[in-house]
Ligand binder design. Structure first.
Ligand SMILES: Cc1cc2nc3c(=O)[nH]c(=O)nc-3n(C[C@H](O)[C@H](O)[C@H](O)COP(=O)(O)OP(=O)(O)OC[C@H]3O[C@@H](n4cnc5c(N)ncnc54)[C@H](O)[C@@H]3O)c2cc1C
Length: 398
């Protein structure tokens, strides 16, 4: 019996429609947008029209009722043109809104998800703090209960989309003496709190330009207790299960860049003539192309098998102590590191032209490095994989 590694007709149509849109709508504006570090203002309306925004949400909430495999297909195909904007879409739809959806009450879902699906609202997720990065549990943002309200104080750094977002999900200590068991998840509509304890400053970056990143500050921001999601002091389960789907689907950002680097390099190597021959004929260039292809294929099937495993689970959820936790970490670890290697090889094949901003290859290279850092660094992913392997001695074989 063979294993079926083929996309269904519906999945192929999704791949084609997203890539067609990315090449016709995104590509012509990318060089300028990257230089200016500006997200195209109608991006989320465009992705709404493509059905990407609520891809895993139920139809009654405005979604498409698909799975994480389809999410990965969508993110890979946006990233074939822009890794950064694929991350921005993923940060809003997967990190923020999907995480919210999986933990919210039905009433909370109804009030939020349709606005996410239509592109009216862009979302962001706040875990990282200036002094709590890899050690996220050491966060110090506090939510102190006063009557029926929580008073929020603290800050969150490197928050994708914060400078343009209308909705935020974040984690804060509700019981600072209880360690990880004292963390809760909150959400709020950003526009209601501007000048009422919420501030955001845009951070300048050399890569992932066009994807806006912010430093968020909370100063005595008062949130009603209804803005708690997933239960009091239950934030760690929300956070770790969210990180699983985040690591799997955002592997698509690096897959898209890997694929483009390979395609652009094959084309360039065939066209570029040196020593009276296309450089494609030189063995050292062929080695790079062959290694890029092999790396992409290995990355692709690792990520898609993790997404497919996630879709096969009844709750489509991972978190600490699950096989999915290990697979998700492995997916982004391998894809992230392979993506950097492939992007470096692509620059080398393009020679001096690869060093110029006019060539898309330079953006893939600059964006790609983030995938060894964001969503938990490579070092942290290795720690998770080892922890989960020691837990079950690899009994599941996954
Ligand atoms: C462009 C961008 C977008 C981002 N988007 C978001 C977002 O939307 N929301 C959000 O909450 N965060 C976001 N982040 C933050 C990101 O998740 C963190 O940068 C990441 O988790 C690492 O934290 P840190 O930068 O504080 O590094 P640190 O934790 O300070 O790590 C520094 C170095 O030390 C290593 N290190 C740390 N601890 C260990 C250890 N125990 N063993 C071995 N090595 C270790 C790290 O691997 C790293 O190499 C984003 C970051 C960037 C750059």
């Amino acid at each position: 019996m063979s294993l079926n590694f083929n996309f269904s007709e519906e999945q192929k149509m999704l791949e084609e429609s997203v890539y067609r849109w990315a090449t016709s709508w995104l590509e012509p504006q990318m060089e300028h947008a990257y230089e200016a570090d500006e997200m195209p203002s109608t991006l989320f309306k465009e992705t709404a029209n493509l059905g990407i925004n609520g891809i895993v949400f139920e139809e009654k909430h405005g979604g498409a009722g698909m799975g994480y495999v389809e999410t990965l297909i969508a993110y890979e195909n946006i990233a074939r043109v822009s890794n950064a904007l694929s991350m921005t879409v993923g940060a809003s739809q997967t990190l923020c809104f999907d995480n919210f959806r999986r933990n919210a009450t039905e009433a909370q879902r109804i009030s939020v998800l349709p606005k996410a699906c239509s592109g009216e609202w862009i979302g962001c997720l706040g875990i990282t703090e200036p002094n709590a990065g890899s050690d996220a549990m050491s966060m110090t943002t506090k939510a102190e209960k006063k009557g029926d309200r929580y008073i929020i104080n603290g800050s969150k750094i490197f928050i994708t989309n914060a400078p343009v977002a209308q909705f935020m999900v974040f984690y804060a200590k509700t019981d600072p003496n209880a360690g990880p068991k004292g963390i809760s998840t909150f959400f709020f509509e950003i526009d209601k709190y501007k000048d009422k304890g919420y501030k955001c400053e845009k951070i300048k970056k050399w890569g992932m330009r066009t994807s806006p990143t912010g430093l968020v500050t909370f100063e005595d921001m008062e949130l009603p207790e209804e803005n708690l999601v997933g239960g009091l002091n239950k934030g760690v389960a929300v956070l770790t299960s969210g990180l699983c789907t985040e690591r799997i689907t955002l592997s698509g950002c690096t897959l898209g860049s890997q694929r483009s680097c390979l395609e652009l390099s094959i084309k360039y190597a065939k066209e570029r003539v040196q020593f009276k021959k296309p450089i494609a004929e030189f063995q050292s260039i062929q080695e790079k192309i062959a290694d890029m292809y092999t790396g992409y294929l290995a990355s692709k099937w690792l990520a898609y098998s993790a997404a497919s495993f996630c879709d096969s689970l009844t709750n489509k959820s991972g978190g600490k102590g699950t096989d999915l936790d290990r697979m998700a970490a492995a997916s982004l670890l391998f894809c992230g590191e392979m993506g950097t290697k492939i992007a470096l090889d692509a620059i080398q094949i393009h020679g001096g032209y690869g060093y110029c901003t006019e060539y898309a290859i330079s953006r893939h290279f600059l964006d790609q490095k983030l995938w060894e850092i964001g969503a938990g660094t490579s070092e942290v992913r290795r720690m998770i994989i080892a922890r989960e392997l020691y837990r079950d001695n690899f009994q599941s074989g996954r």
